[in-house]
Every structure is written in C-alpha cells, then in structure tokens.
Design a protein around this ligand. Sequence first.
Ligand code: SF4
Ligand code: MG
Length: 329
Amino acid sequence: TKHFPVRRRLRQILRKEHDAVHAVDDVHLTLRRGRVVALVGESGSGKSTVARLLAQLYPRTGGDIRLHGASTRVKGGRPFREYAARVQMIFQDPFASLNPVHTIRYHLTRALKIHGNAGSTADELEAALHDLLTRVSLTPPERYLDKFPHELSGGQRQRVAIARALGARPEALLADEPVSMLDVSIRLGVLNLLRDLKERLNLAILYITHDIASARYFADETLVMYAGRMVEGGDSETVTQAPAHPYTRLLIDSAPDPDRLTGDAGALEEDRGNGEPPSLIKPPSGCRFHPRCPAAMPRCSTDRPVPLEIGDAPGHWAACWLYDKAEAA
Ligand code: SF4
Ligand code: MG
C-alpha cells in the first residue's frame, strides 16, 4: 500500500513528466520462480509504481514486501541487500538505463562485481562476461563487449540490460514494459528470450505492460490494474478469454489486433475513446471505474468493491459489484 504525499508526487512529476508517480492502493501480488505474472493497465494506472516499489526504488508508506516469507522492511539492513541482489529490474528504455560513455564490458563487469560474481581472476571475469552475453544470445561475445550502447540496436541494448540484471544472479526480474519501445519486429524475440531465461534459470518474472494481448502470450497469470488498484486477476487464459471486470472487457475490446502481440506504446489510450483514466490525486469514490463503467449501479459510486470469486476457473476474481452473490440473491 502506498500513498504518495502530494508534494513528493509533484516533485516526481516535474522530474519525469511522462512517468508521473501515482499512488497505488491495496495491491497484493506474489511472484513464484518459474512463473510470469503480467500486470496490465493503461499509463497512469500505477503499474510502474508497483514495479518500483517492489524494486524498492521508492520508500513505501505502508504494507510489506517479503522475500521467502521474511520482511524486507529494514532498508539498508541485511535483508534489504539480499533482496536487492535477488530482485532485478529491467526498464522500458534500454538506452536510458545504460550509460552512453561506458562500454558493454564496463556495465556488465560492474554488475558482476557489485554482486560478488566476478570471480577472482581476470580469466574468470572474462568467462563470466562471455557467459552473460551468451545467455542473451549476443554472440560471439567479443563482438559486443567493447562496444558502446549507441553502437547497438534497441533490441541488442535491451539484451545487454537483461544480461546486466543476470549478473546479479537474481531470482526475480521486474520487467517494466520491456519491449514497448522496441521495433515491433523484434519484440517477440525479446519476450521469447525472457521466457527462455525464466525456464533455464527458474526465474520469477513480473511483466508490466499496457498490452493485454501480449500478457496472454507471455504470462501464466494476469492481473489488471485500474487507477491504482487491482481490479481482476487469474490465469492469463481465463482473464483474457473470459474477462469478468467491465474494465478488462474494455481493454480487450480496444486492443486493435489480438495477434499483433503489441502495438505502439500509446495505442490503447488513443483507441479507447471512452474517457480518460482518472487523476489519482483525487480518485473517484467507490469503484474508481464507475464514471466510465457501462454497468454501473447506484452503490458503485459509494461502496468500494472487494475482490470476489467469479467461479468459472480456480483463482479467477474481480473487484466488481456485479459478482456480489448477496446482491444477486
Ligand atoms: Fe462497474 Fe460497478 Fe463493477 Fe465498478 S463495481 S466495474 S462501476 S459494475
Ligand atoms: Mg510506466
């Protein structure tokens, strides 16, 4: 649970306008090794904030993050350092996340050294560097090691960012829109690489996206966020093929082509044509979707919906009063 004081939020907005910080509220998720969880929502839904909270890039005002059942509450303490190594983040823009004045060798060496994985001799370091680049299919490694980020394509840079994350020998990757800035033709290749790494290294992956079609393709479980809250969750097949929440249905209906995997970063927002996501500085009361919901009932503007079981598949739930059995009875 995270409420940003407004002053902090404004400062963040000033600093990085397109990625303004939003409060997220009552968000629960569990990552397990060998599984991909997709967190789907429009820009401004709070999905990136969830990733940054999980990466502990933001201090949180409440709630807890546990690693193997142990709280990571004490920042700077041993649990936090352990957590920082085990949970690595991959950002949307691989160019911004790599320092242009340093070579690939520098970036990867630094990651290996920080996490104590550089070996004790120059040969061991070289072997570890080759191993990282080979894992992300940048081969032969010597072709890439001494290049600068601008000498690589966007897809190659994102592979370097993934290799750098692997240098920590993580258990979990938090991937925030990892392919949305890449050329459409290479997105699938990067997602397939992540899936391959997940299997080989038994990684947990949180895949953050605005593109629900790619969630179906890539993730085992899908969670949908709206205005800082989770509104629906379940296995990806069920959530994408039999969506229960009116907002999820809207997302799916507005996705232009289910086979295209993913479109332009702003496609959803432009195509939707049914109002804008609300400001999170003063979110709507009750169900935050009620001003846009075609099925809204009187109670929706006053009562906050709780997660309710849908009953069509194990673990499928939606926070929507349409599924309140007491109401229906
Ligand atoms: Fe629509 Fe009401 Fe369900 Fe919210 S709780 S999605 S307003 S029907
Ligand atoms: Mg974002």
